[in-house]
Design a protein around this ligand. Sequence first.
Ligand SMILES: C[S@@+](CC[C@H](N)C(=O)[O-])C[C@H]1O[C@@H](n2cnc3c(N)ncnc32)[C@H](O)[C@@H]1O
Length: 261
Amino acid sequence: MSDPTPPKVPPDWWQSLFDEVYLQTDARTVQDGDLTRREVDGLIQALKLEPHETILDLCGGHGRHALELARRGYRRVTVLDFSFPLLTLGKAQARESRLPVAFIRGDAACAPLAGDSFQVVMILANSFGYGAAPEDDVAILRECHRVLHPGGRLFLEVADPDYIRRQLSAQSWHEAGDLVVCRQRWLMEEYLFCRELVLSRSGGLVRDRGYKVRLYAAARLGDSLKKAGFTQIEVAGQPDLYAREGDYGALNRRLGATAWK
Ligand SMILES: C[S@@+](CC[C@H](N)C(=O)[O-])C[C@H]1O[C@@H](n2cnc3c(N)ncnc32)[C@H](O)[C@@H]1O
């Protein structure tokens, strides 16, 4: 029987969750090169990406999509993220593989980037909906709009709330090397709350933390994009790209929105 109340989550939880432990707890997604390649295949096709285009991977973490694009000849890709450990890893991988990806640290709600400077902005893999209030999420979309060239396009991927309501288990656990990752989830009106307990076989408790993500159905996502100034908005379910069945949490099923400035 799960606890009826979700954990208290600080509004800035996202500023410290995405670290080396996250890279292990979410390795089945964020360290799976084959999955990333399939995701990038889909992006190139859906967005008709051209190698000469300026592309911003906003909230791009350690740049797994950006690095894969660069490997395929996309030479003008930038990652913006808040997480110092993820950016450090991404930079090291870019250096090692001699890939021309720029990594910038900043808050997506007030990005240290010039206006009208990208042809494409993408926010991938459940990196949206972390704002303390809905306006905080819209502020990020406004930044996407600001940094895009006129005529530029945005691709935004979120968890599919229908799937979460119908099928996501209240509890899950999986092993990741030495770690055992246990998750307890609560669906509360507009949020998915999660408590994540990470245990190391050799070292005991690694962390016990909560986080919450605002859920966006297609209509609500469309409204938020409109508020931020976007037009020609289309939202559609994304293909399931996992090679194996499993509980990948909010990433199990995704919605993708394309929108134009
Ligand atoms: C679930 S991870 C996904 C990362 C990446 N898109 C991927 O697919 O591997 C979410 C990322 O969003 C970043 N993030 C969330 N909110 C942010 C904000 N307001 N500004 C900058 N980065 C943010 C986090 O630091 C984290 O790296």
